[in-house]
Design a protein around this ligand. Structure first.
Ligand SMILES: NC(=O)c1ccc[n+]([C@@H]2O[C@H](COP(=O)([O-])OP(=O)(O)OC[C@H]3O[C@@H](n4cnc5c(N)ncnc54)[C@H](O)[C@@H]3O)[C@@H](O)[C@H]2O)c1
Length: 248
C-alpha cells in the first residue's frame, strides 16, 4: 500500500474525480477527510469507504469560504492528529466568453476554482510542514490551452497552475511537494449535461488523440502517483491527464 498511515483531505469528494480519489487513497491505506458542499452525497462515499475496511469522515464545507476551510483542516487534526496530503479538487464550470459572463459569475468561478486552492494551501501548510507533506491541486487542460467559452474557468485554472508552482518553490526546502493535475474532458457530474448532447460530445471528443474521455479513476491514479513516494522527486509540475489533448 502506498499511503499507509497517511491522512488526506480531499475536497469535492462527493462526486467525480474527488470521489474516485477518496476511494483509491483509502484502499491504499490513507485516512480520508472527505469534504464537499453536498453533505448527503459525501457521507455516502464515506459510508462506502468505511464499509469496505477503509477509514474516512465526511464534512460539509464551501471551499471558497475561509472559515469553512480552516474548520476542515482543524477537523483533520482533531480526528487524526496529523495531515500528510491535501487534494484541493472541488470546482465548478460556468461557460461564457468575456462578453457573455457576468461579473458575479466571474467572481463565483474565481472563488470556487482558484481562491479555494489558496485557502486550502494556506491553512494546510503549517501541518504539512510537520509531516513533509504533499499538496495536489486540480487544474485543467483548460488552464494550459484556450478553449471556447471558458474565460473565467481558464483564468482560474491557469491561476491554479501558477499558484502550485509558486507554492512548490516556496516550500521545497520544508520537504513539501506541490503539483497540479490537468485533466482533459472527463465523464463526471461537471460534464454530465454537456456530454448528454451528442453533438457536444462529438465536439469534445474530436481533439483528443486517444478518442475517449477521462474516467474518474484515470485522475485518481495520477493523484495517487503525486500523493505517494512514487513521485518523490516531482514538484511544481502541471501533469496533463488528458488522452493527449494538450500535446496535439
Ligand atoms: N470533468 C471534467 O471534464 C474536468 C476537466 C478538467 C478539470 N476538472 C476539474 O476537476 C475537479 C473535479 O470536478 P469533477 O469533474 O469531478 O466534477 P463533479 O461535479 O463530479 O465533482 C465536483 C464536486 O465538487 C463539489 N463542489 C462544487 N463546489 C463546491 C464548493 N464551493 N465547496 C465544496 N464542494 C464543492 C460538488 O458538490 C461536487 O461533488 C474540478 O476542479 C473541475 O474543475 C474537471
Amino acid at each position: 500500500m502506498h499511503l499507509q498511515n497517511k491522512v488526506a483531505i480531499i475536497t469535492g469528494a462527493a462526486s467525480g474525480f474527488g470521489e474516485a480519489t477518496s476511494k483509491l487513497f483509502a484502499k491504499q491505506g490513507a485516512k480520508i477527510v472527505a469534504v464537499d458542499f453536498d453533505f448527503e452525497k459525501v457521507q455516502k462515499v464515506v459510508d462506502e469507504i468505511n464499509n469496505n475496511g477503509g477509514e474516512a469522515i465526511a464534512t460539509k464545507a464551501d471551499v471558497s469560504n475561509a472559515q469553512d476551510v480552516k474548520a476542515f483542516v482543524d477537523l483533520a487534526i482533531k480526528e487524526y492528529n496529523q495531515l500528510d496530503i491535501i487534494y484541493n479538487n472541488a470546482g465548478i464550470f460556468i461557460p461564457g466568453t468575456a462578453e457573455e459572463i457576468t461579473e458575479d459569475q466571474w467572481d463565483k468561478v474565481i472563488n470556487v476554482d482558484l481562491k479555494s486552492v489558496f485557502l486550502g494551501t494556506k491553512y494546510a501548510l503549517p501541518h504539512l510542514k510537520k509531516t513533509k507533506g504533499v499538496i495536489i491541486n486540480t487544474a485543467s487542460a483548460g488552464g494550459i490551452i484556450g478553449f471556447p467559452q471558458a474565460v473565467a474557468y481558464g483564468a482560474a485554472k491557469g491561476g491554479v497552475i501558477s499558484l502550485t508552482k509558486a507554492t512548490a518553490v516556496d516550500y521545497a526546502a520544508d520537504g513539501i511537494r506541490a503539483n497540479a493535475i490537468c485533466p482533459g474532458t472527463g465523464e463526471t457530474g461537471l460534464t454530465k449535461e454537456v456530454l448528454a448532447d451528442e453533438n457536444m460530445q462529438a465536439g469534445f471528443l474530436q481533439p483528443i488523440p486517444m478518442k475517449k474521455f477521462a474516467q474518474p479513476d484515470d485522475i485518481a491514479k495520477a493523484a495517487l502517483y503525486l500523493a505517494s513516494d512514487l513521485s518523490s522527486y516531482v514538484t511544481g509540475t502541471a501533469l496533463p491527464v488528458d488522452g493527449g489533448w494538450t500535446m496535439s
